[in-house]
Design a protein around this ligand. Structure first.
Ligand code: PRX
Length: 656
């Protein structure tokens, strides 16, 4: 087993046509059908999306204009009135789906709960009234810092119902990271839990919230709502902190969904970029509802008999779009799991599939690589015959892992959808349509209808087939991010100016390198900026560097990713100490701990390498390319003529 290498991906030429029995029953049944749809959408994207918006969603008031495109700002379904919580809940209540399972929750240790559409609707309405009771109004931002429990989805849908944008912060982020995000959005309220279960231990979420808010360090936050989950002792600050179950007592379950403008903000979700501060990616209501709805329907080929399980956390975009909004908008049964595979229960995922008869399973390559290590006897001992479709997301999947997934989990029967997209895109952009497009291991295959993806050079010119370039999108799409919260300039610079507009046409720059082969299949190679992916979690190297230099012992730091068999990449930090400090094991540990406290466990450096100097250009820029080679233990190749002091490299090598 090896981690994905460009060489192994480039040599991949196996083709897996959709199984005939799958295609026959699928929503989109053939390549011809996909192609016809693709061409129609390409010829007139606006008409394509408008037709779907009318067919698939409930609107309180129709839009006046499909798209208002003032590059790089798009407004979709202008002046239309809609509510995504209504589309996810209310409209199913007048159908037989009223008593269908909307949310199946498998908790730890051994808890479980199922909510029908009627029950989920009731809980969301009640909780929306609780929010109103705390003075939350349309436009107020609400922080959600929760474990994977139904209340997380309920909170999101309740916010959406009253037009209060949510900002979900992954429960693995530290108090510092939470505080930064709450302050950036000026959140008025935080919803959390006393704790959450993570790998046989309790994550003290409320304690972290207290730390984030102490000494009035997030002054916009007026109230904290706490779900009782783990029941350990926590402190509740009178006046500020309230138990969810106390406030929900006796509250009316009547709360009509607010007719919102298509372009009202639905949520902010923070993600890492090349510079230090995480970006608040802004998504709005109408276009996001439409795009996540249609992509879920066609890519996961939803049927009413499906039990659909996406293993992401709701703290990430995958959880937003493909645990909560996309599946519920379609009236599907979505499964939410609080646990994670761990040494005490390595087969837990397969148990969940067997227990609930999961039919669609969507996970990350890093998880698949971990399963390979745990051994195929674990899935082989479970009944996985309910599965009919598999998916992956978050990073390139190496063909070896793809084949294992196909053979051991899919029993060579289930198509695999390798879905490429980003927090910024809101929904899946490049992917197989499982009944229509033959797959090649390691390729996300073809763009979704309506998505005009391309691979170009820095001048925006398409590169020849199979040559590497930058992945771009040529035409706006409904769920594209609208801006960076509070920093529109950064939005322009990051996504729209990196590649200059060609003939007045703006190209969305994704930050990924890719190539497109002669069959029009896309092969995503990974980030071309200073963003790394550790176990599918996106981290900016600058963020980790800032965390390191905020420690008194650190004078300078440079962080790079090192290829890792399971996690994709591991964080390696090169650190120059202040004069008064000497490198030793305690300091190594202290610095790792410091990064965890500043950002979260996901950013913990796998290795810290103390050094006296870093390789820099004459203009003082750190040459990360060289550091990456050093971290990976490779020979330094390529041009080093711009290096200011060559002896630095020798010293770093010796130090290793
Ligand atoms: O580099 C690409 C990688 O993940 C990045 C987006 O990360 P994030 O915003 O956290 O969203 C992850 C879940 C959508 C992309 O720029 N990525 C995502 N999916 C794939 C991928 N790389 C290759 N293949 C994929 N299927």
């Amino acid at each position: 087993m090896t981690s994905p290498t460009i060489e192994s991906i480039l040599q991949e030429n196996r083709l897996f046509p959709p199984p005939a029995e799958f295609s026959e029953q699928a929503q989109l049944k053939s390549l011809e059908e996909y192609q016809a749809l693709y061409e129609r959408a390409k010829a007139n994207p606006e008409a394509f999306w408008a037709e779907l918006a009318e067919q698939e969603l409930h609107w309180f008031q129709p839009w006046e204009q499909i798209l208002d495109w003032q590059p790089p700002h798009a407004r979709w379904f202008v002046n239309g009135k809609i509510n995504i919580s209504y589309n996810c809940l209310d409209r199913h209540l007048t159908t037989w789906r009223r008593n269908k399972a909307a949310l199946i929750w498998e908790g730890e240790p051994g808890d479980s709960r199922t909510l029908t559409y009627a029950q989920l609707h009731r809980e969301v309405c009640q909780f929306a009234n609780v929010l109103k009771g705390l003075g939350i109004k349309k436009g107020d931002i609400v922080g959600i810092y929760m474990p994977m429990i139904p209340e997380a989805a309920i909170a999101m849908l309740a916010c959406a119902r009253i037009g209060a944008p949510h900002t979900v912060v992954f429960g693995g982020f530290s108090a510092e990271a939470l505080r930064d995000r709450l302050n950036d959005g000026k959140a008025k309220l935080v919803i959390t839990a006393d704790g959450g279960w993570r790998k046989d231990a309790i994550v003290p979420l409320k304690e972290q919230v207290d730390r984030a808010l102490n000494n009035n360090s997030a002054p916009s936050v007026e109230n904290v709502l706490v779900v009782q989950r783990t029941k350990q002792n926590i402190s509740m600050q009178p006046g500020r902190d309230h138990w969810w179950h106390d406030l929900q007592q006796g509250v009316s379950a009547n709360c009509p969904a607010e007719p919102l403008d298509s372009e009202d903000m639905l949520f902010i979700l923070y993600t890492s970029g090349s510079t230090g501060k995480p970006k608040g990616v802004v998504h709005t209501t109408g276009g996001y509802n439409l795009y996540t709805h249609v992509t879920t329907k066609w890519i996961f080929d939803l049927r009413d008999t499906d039990v659909y399980w996406c293993t992401a956390d709701v703290g990430w975009i995958t959880g937003h779009s493909y645990i909560v909004y996309g599946p519920l908008s379609n009236g599907a049964t979505t499964l939410m799991y609080e646990g994670a595979p761990r040494s005490s229960n390595p087969g837990c995922f397969w148990d969940v599939i067997e227990k609930y008869g999961v039919t669609i399973f969507y996970t990350a390559p890093t998880a698949i690589r971990a399963f390979i290590k745990m051994g195929e006897h674990l899935p082989n001992a479970r009944d996985l015959s309910s599965l009919r479709l598999l998916g992956t997301v978050g990073e390139p999947i190496n063909p070896e892992a793809w084949i294992w997934y196909h053979r051991i989990i899919g029993k060579e029967r289930c198509p695999i959808v390798d879905t490429w997209w980003q927090t910024e895109t809101g929904g899946i952009m490049i992917t197989p349509i499982p009944g229509a497009i033959a797959t090649k291991p390691g390729s996300a295959t073809r763009p979704f209808p309506g998505i005009l993806a391309d691979v170009v050079d820095l001048n925006g010119n398409p590169v020849p087939a199979s040559e590497g370039g930058y992945l771009v999108v040529r035409h706006p799409w409904p769920s594209m991010m609208r801006t960076v919260y509070g920093d529109d300039d950064r939005f322009r610079r990051t996504y729209w100016e990196h590649i200059a507009p060609v003939d007045g046409q703006y190209l969305y720059f994704a930050g990924d390198g890719a190539r497109c082969d002669a069959d029009g299949y896309f092969w995503v190679m990974g980030r071309v900026d200073d963003v790394i992916s550790v176990a599918g979690h996106r981290l900016g190297t600058m963020e980790i560097e800032s965390a390191l230099v905020s420690h008194p012992a650190v004078a300078e730091a440079a962080v790079v990713g090192k290829p890792d068999e399971v996690k994709g990449e591991e964080v390696v930090a090169f650190v120059i100490l202040e004069d008064a400090y000497l490198p030793n094991e305690d300091l190594d540990k202290a610095l790792k701990k410091h990064v965890v406290a500043e950002i979260g466990a996901l950013a913990r450096p796998g290795q810290i390498r103390f050094t006296d100097a870093l390789p820099k250009t004459r203009s003082g820029k750190i040459m990360r390319r060289l550091l990456r080679s050093l971290a990976a233990g490779e020979e330094i190749s390529g041009d080093t003529s711009t290096l200011e002091d060559r002896s630095v490299l020798d010293k770093l090598r010796e130090g290793a």
